[in-house]
Write a protein that binds this ligand. Structure first.
Ligand SMILES: C[S@@+](CC[C@H](N)C(=O)[O-])C[C@H]1O[C@@H](n2cnc3c(N)ncnc32)[C@H](O)[C@@H]1O
Length: 597
């Protein structure tokens, strides 16, 4: 990511700032940067890539060597360290982060290469994290290492120097307390949740990733131009697995044997892609198909919306005023006695619960508005950019069909003083529930199902795509129609058009997920009684031309139930830029009258 336009010293200052929160000494950062600049012959793009990943890797590795990390896993004065889990008979390999691909051949030693030569038999992968607590900055070090006889050790060293109250406590008591805290903070409902099991999983994955065999399926979707279609799809080997119920298979997916589960899934589904997001999303997004009749989707997976040229979206912090963020807040805004400025959008009350669910009252109102039979929540444009394509606007004006005005949620964001775990940050944290792309019933193509049961008000995912202007969308639609190309149904960002002046072309935006999108592009339509509802969520822009289009459940969801939302299509609208499909939603209130019996 090339963000620097200034001179050499500006670039050094920006790089130092970008890595400052890791707690490396300033001099060390500068000295390492100088080496990198020399190595990459002043090509700052390589240094800036992935948020200075290469720089952080080198600093981390060197600081690790300097600190002569102790692997005895004993409690020491001023430090608490944790763990040691071992597994038998697995061949360990070196893991670590890699330098930018273009420069692998260059002479600076990569972290992996360097790690091979270190004193320990363990190969380490290290993350440094800074914690700010009551104004005191304490840095913690998290390490993971595997040995040649497949032991994995995990170490967390919290530097509590300066804390004269440090004393050793019972590990069981600490684990219990932290597990309780995790249950509350992350809304974990499973009574079997255990930190030790979690640590075991970390170790297993460390070894599993090591053997490198399983993590590559699914890449073809997202590297469509580079990979021949279907190349990495795992196919059936003719074994009869018909007795395996999907829910059983997926229950296994929660178990602590990822490799075994992987094998079961591969046998169960003729087409099985482990993660169509290629690691982009928080959790893997598998694609499963029991019949292999559908064509693989052809698009590139992106986790966040991206602006296509011409769309007017301004993410600058300068636009966020004092009243539009909670700069004075600390910690978790939801725990504070008084709701912060960010809750003003929702009438001075937060709409998320401590468990990250949407509150029932807000949700029920949103559902009622979306079902509004009198269309009293609709805004009608004088000259609708959707009904009147740019070149026709000065001719005969077509009547606006109306835009549903929805209530927004405003989440805390970067200019707010609260921390990243603040409860008023749900959508921006991304997908937290296990979802699958699957072959939907009734010939609707691909669809999305939830692996587990979910409660009403659960955040599912955003609809992510390219942010394009209506004008651009109009051109794309024409092109696609001419080529008879498939497209997803674009989302118009019109939830607040009613409160604004007549929008300029570059302000009337929509999300097109046809070529770039996330799992949201696979969610099928259902008239009226869909189990998801879209809520506009303001995160990084105070105006409402652009917002996040977030899906929440409207009721409890069964394991393996298809997730649907109401696209708001009028099936009899002959003037809509996209020809409506024949609806097979199966709802008793289906609006596609031609299809109803
Ligand atoms: C946003 S995509 C959903 C994912 C799509 N099924 C796929 O295979 O990529 C929208 C397209 O899915 C299909 N679709 C969605 N809901 C449908 C429904 N209720 N009945 C029939 N087709 C539907 C239509 O082809 C529509 O253009």
């Amino acid at each position: 990511m090339a963000r620097n336009t200034g001179g050499h010293s500006t670039k050094i200052a920006e790089a130092s700032m970008a890595v400052a929160h890791f707690g490396f000494a300033e001099e060390k950062v500068k000295e390492t940067l100088k080496r990198l600049v020399k190595l990459y012959k002043d090509d700052w793009k390589l240094i800036e890539e992935d948020n200075y990943k290469e720089l952080i890797d080198i600093l981390t590795k060197e600081s690790n060597e300097e600190s002569n990390l102790n692997y005895n896993f004993e409690h020491r004065h001023g430090q608490a360290s944790f763990s040691a889990v071992n597994f038998a008979n697995k061949k360990a390999k070196i893991l670590g982060s890699s330098p930018p691909a273009q420069d692998k051949g260059k002479s600076l030693e990569s972290p992996q290469a360097a790690a091979r030569g270190t004193r320990s038999n363990f190969v380490k992968d290290k993350v440094m994290e800074d914690r700010v607590h009551e104004g005191v900055s304490n840095s913690s070090q998290f390490d993971i290492a595997s040995s040649v006889n497949s032991e994995v050790k995990v170490s967390l060293i919290c530097n509590s120097s300066g804390n004269s109250y440090f004393r050793q406590r019972s590990l069981d008591a600490v684990l219990e307390e932290v597990e309780d805290e995790c249950r509350k903070t992350y809304g974990i409902q499973n009574p079997d949740f255990s930190l030790v099991k979690l640590m075991e999983k970390v170790c297993r994955f460390f070894l599993e990733m090591d053997n490198g065999s399983s993590s590559e399926t699914g890449r073809n979707i997202c590297e469509k131009s580079k990979q021949p279609e279907g190349k990495e799809v795992v196919t059936d080997d003719n074994e009869d697995n018909s007795t395996l119920e999907p829910s059983k298979v997926l229950q296994d997916s929660q178990s602590s044997e990822p490799q075994m589960m992987e094998a079961v899934l591969q046998k169960k589904y003729p087409i099985y892609l482990k993660d169509i997001s290629r690691g982009e999303d928080n959790i893997p997004v598998p694609l499963v198909n029991e019949s292999s009749t559908l064509e693989l989707p052809d698009f590139i997976y992106i986790k966040n919306n991206m602006v296509y040229q011409g769309g007017h979206v301004d993410f600058s912090l300068a636009r966020i005023s004092e009243d539009n963020c909670c700069a004075q807040c600390l910690g978790d805004c939801l725990s504070s006695d008084l709701p912060c400025a960010c809750a003003a959008e929702t009438g001075g009350e937060f709409v998320y619960t401590q468990k990250g669910m949407l509150k029932e009252e807000f949700l029920d109102e949103a559902i009622a508005v979306s079902l509004d039979p009198q269309r009293k929540h609709f805004y009608y444009c004088e000259i609708c950019p959707l009904q009147n394509e740019p070149q026709q606007r000065y001719g005969k004006i077509k009547r606006c069909k109306g835009h549903l005005t929805r209530k927004f949620i405003k989440e805390c964001w970067s200019k707010c003083g609260c921390n990243k775990k603040c409860g008023n940050r749900v959508v921006q944290r991304g997908i937290q529930v296990a979802l699958q792309v699957f072959a939907a019933p009734e010939g609707k193509g691909w669809g999305v199902q939830s692996v587990n049961a979910l409660k009403k008000g659960t955040f599912i995912c955003e609809y992510v795509g390219e942010i394009v202007t209506n004008q651009e969308l109009y051109e794309r639609n024409n092109e696609r129609a001419a080529k008879k190309e498939r497209h997803t149904y674009p989302v118009l960002l019109d939830a607040d058009w009613g409160s604004e002046r007549i929008l300029e072309d570059e302000e009337a935006l929509c999300l097109d997920a046809t070529e770039f999108g996330n799992i949201g592009r696979f969610i099928n339509h259902r008239c009226y009684d869909s189990n998801l509802i879209e809520i506009p969520v303001e995160v990084e822009t105070p105006d409402h031309h652009y917002y996040r289009h977030a899906f929440f459940t409207t009721r409890g969801i069964e394991p393996m139930e298809e997730l649907t939302w109401d696209y708001g299509i009028q099936f009899d609208d002959k003037h809509h830029p996209i020809k409506a499909f024949k609806c097979k939603c199966g709802s008793t209130g289906c609006r596609d009258k031609k299809r109803r019996h």
